[in-house]
Design a protein around this ligand. Structure first.
Ligand code: 6R9
Length: 654
């Protein structure tokens, strides 16, 4: 969903907030200027916000030059991320709640886990992993629902120096198996079954199916969530709850180098299969904790709630690492916004007196459609800051969030960032900047955005300009490589515009110098805030025996932002039918997961191609958007009649 170029409203921070916030306008200006003019001096100082075992003497060492892309931060420092998120708080905040767990079913009691309890649980999990043979540098796949054990598992890996790779529990067994193999993981941590929105997902049986295609040596650690019966393979499957009874609640944190990988997280790109984004220990933690503190103006004692899933980067940085590094109380919610009804988010805010609330535009749009009464029946007076992430927010949803949820009192931080960036890249800071509906406003400290002409690659200076968004110097939480494929890393992010990090998004810098993200400029679509490569859906479709060829594009969707529109050419022996449509939908869900489920499937006797055989997606996008007037140059089409057929048989929007 694109933002309106005509949107001109602007909401300055209140005087109260400007006075009490960590960062006001003058402080932002001074710190920002320092952060980009002398990044090493700036980060050399701010790197001290976390505890180091051996302090660093070097700050940054980064090159964006293709053929030689190499990014290091604090490279001679050593630390342990789990000790930073837990141990260092024990003396002052041992009895403070670290995690509030809110279960799917509102009638099941919430859990309040203190920092002392978190320490014990993480140490036990770390000792269990060691017992299963996990060592420093080994990979562990986490396939868990949003339960405290997901955070224990992440921190337990960090404690012993293992690298975690979380696979969103909504992904299918095929997608899971590919990721277990991709990272050559030793252990998969899962749960029996996972309740969500009143329904259950059979996680353990998905793991069973996935492991059929993995090495025999891969072990499975099973957390009991529901107590549902699962199949059990002795010697491969291990009972976490039983082992935790025996495990010691002390585990010495391993001394890790700043540049040792902390996690791998697979994300979609415009080509090929998802790639494993690698984040490292030191720079990532400095940046996650600093953005958490300043973007949300987090103060001691605040209750912070990010509604994302730990399967996405937002959950990594703003449910677990950022908040816990800051000694915050972080809410983990197992459910969905509309279960049992559309007031659930707001009931949870009231129940746990949430101060900062961070969610995705797609959830807001869905809730907005249910009417205001679901919000108004709850006491939201504890809320101070609201945040959004994942996709451009349309002004209607922004205004609803501002007026109805925030009662006009709470600044909205629209945070633009990516799996690759590790933390917020652009966002207003609540005490420093005005907000505008749909604008990500200002770069965070140390981030130097540039707008480039997409054709010439030249930097476009000045305001009131539009182009592609690149970043021209490194920041501490920048991804370091693609797991096992550094060449792909260089090719994806540093080769289109030499010397810059290319984000894949377009952007506009308005007359005031504020930034608006206009959406992806590549073949990545954003469905309900979930990022997906059209190539992935295409390759799932063509793997079906009836499909000869497929082309997938996004189209505007009121709730999801973008929906998935598939053009499918069938094999000669296959008959188009609604049955087959249904079958293909199920097929894609099995290959990738429910989030990739096609919204519309159009039978395409042919696809528009150039004479060299390249599918002209631009045209397919226009047809899906119902925008035939703007098909653009069709002179290079091999068979122009194909387009007329596609227009004639275009699917009605659902
Ligand atoms: C954190 C996260 C990244 C892509 C990104 C962009 C879109 C994220 C946005 C936004 C407009 C925002 N995106 N935040 N677009 N305004 N505030 O979402 O990571 O899943 O890797 O997606 O999401 O297109 O390039 P990830």
């Amino acid at each position: 969903m694109s933002t309106e170029a005509t949107e001109t409203r602007s909401y300055p921070p209140s005087a109260d907030l400007a006075a009490s916030a960590h960062i006001d306008a003058a402080r932002y200006d001074a710190m920002y200027a320092a952060s980009v003019s002398d990044p090493d001096a700036f980060w050399g100082e701010h790197g001290k916000r976390i505890d180091w075992i051996k302090p660093y003497t070097k700050v940054s060492n980064a090159s964006f030059q293709p053929g030689n892309v190499d990014i290091k931060w604090f490279e001679d420092g050593t630390l342990n991320v789990s000790a930073n998120c837990i141990d260092r708080h024990l003396e002052t905040r041992g009895d403070q709640t670290a995690i509030i767990f809110e279960p799917d079913d509102p009638n099941e009691a919430a859990q309040h886990i203190t920092y002392t309890q978190l320490h014990g649980a993480v140490c036990r999990m770390a000792n269990i992993l060691e017992e299963l043979g996990v060592r420093k540098g080994d990979r562990v796949v986490i396939y868990l629902p949003m339960i405290p054990e997901a955070a224990y598992a992440m921190l337990a890996c960090a404690r012993i120096g293992a690298i975690h790779s979380i696979v969103f529990a909504g992904f299918s067994s095929d997608a899971l198996g590919a990721r277990v193999n991709g990272s050559d993981a030793k252990v998969v941590i899962t749960a029996d079954t996972a309740p969500r929105g009143g329904r259950k997902t059979a996680l353990k049986s998905n793991v069973d199916a996935a492991l059929l295609h993995c090495k025999d040596s891969v072990k499975c650690l099973v957390v009991k969530r529901t107590g549902d019966q699962t199949t059990w393979i002795d010697g491969r499957d291990f009972d976490y709850n039983e082992m935790a009874l025996e495990a010691s609640d002390y585990c010495k944190p391993a001394e890790m180098n700043a540049e040792d990988p902390l996690f791998i997280l697979y994300t979609s790109g415009s080509t090929g299969q998802p790639k494993g984004v690698v984040h490292c220990s030191g720079g990532y933690l400095v940046y996650a904790s600093m953005t958490h503190q300043y973007t949300f103006d987090y103060h001691e004692g605040d209750v912070f709630w990010c509604t994302a899933d730990v399967g996405w980067v937002t959950g990594h940085s703003y449910i677990v690492y950022g908040p816990l590094a800051n000694g915050a109380t972080t809410v983990m919610f197992e459910g969905v916004p509309t279960y049992p009804d559309a007031s659930r988010f707001w009931q949870v805010c009231e129940k746990h007196k949430v101060n900062q609330f961070y969610t995705a535009p797609t959830a807001l749009r869905a809730l907005m459609g249910q009417g205001d009464s679901f919000v108004e029946s709850c006491d939201l007076s504890s809320l101070r800051i609201l945040g959004t992430v994942g996709e451009p927010i349309n002004p209607e949803a922004w205004n609803w969030y501002n007026d109805v949820v925030g009662g006009g009192r709470c600044p909205i931080v629209d945070t633009w960032w990516q799996t690759e960036t590790g933390g917020h890249m652009m966002t207003p800071l609540p005490g420093a900047h005005a907000t505008k509906p749909g604008s990500a406003m200002k770069p965070f400290f140390g981030v130097h955005p540039v707008v480039l002409d997409p054709q010439s690659g030249e930097v476009i200076e000045g305001n009131d300009v539009e182009g592609v968004l690149c970043i021209d110097q490194s920041w501490p939480a920048q991804m370091r490589t693609v797991w096992g494929d550094h060449e792909r890393f260089e090719k994806t992010y540093f080769s289109d515009y030499k010397g810059y990090y290319f984000a894949g998004d377009g952007c506009r810098r308005d007359a005031d110098g504020d930034y608006w993200i206009t959406g992806r400029v590549d073949d990545v679509i954003n469905v309900s805030g979930h990022r997906m490569g059209t190539a992935e859906v295409e390759s799932a479709l063509v793997a079906h025996a009836s499909v000869a060829e497929a082309a997938v594009v996004g189209y505007p969707h009121d709730i999801k932002g973008q929906g998935i529109y598939c053009y499918v050419t069938l094999m000669n022996n296959a008959e188009p039918s609604d049955e087959l449509r249904k079958e293909l939908r199920t097929w894609v869900r099995t290959e990738i997961g429910p989030i990739a489920s096609p919204d519309l499937i159009q039978w395409a006797p042919g696809l528009p191609k150039t004479r060299s055989g390249k599918i002209m997606r631009r045209i397919l996008r226009k047809i899906a958007e119902n925008d035939y007037g703007a098909l653009g140059d069709t002179s290079t089409l091999a068979e122009p009649a194909v387009v007329d057929d596609l227009i004639e048989n275009r699917m009605n929007k659902v």
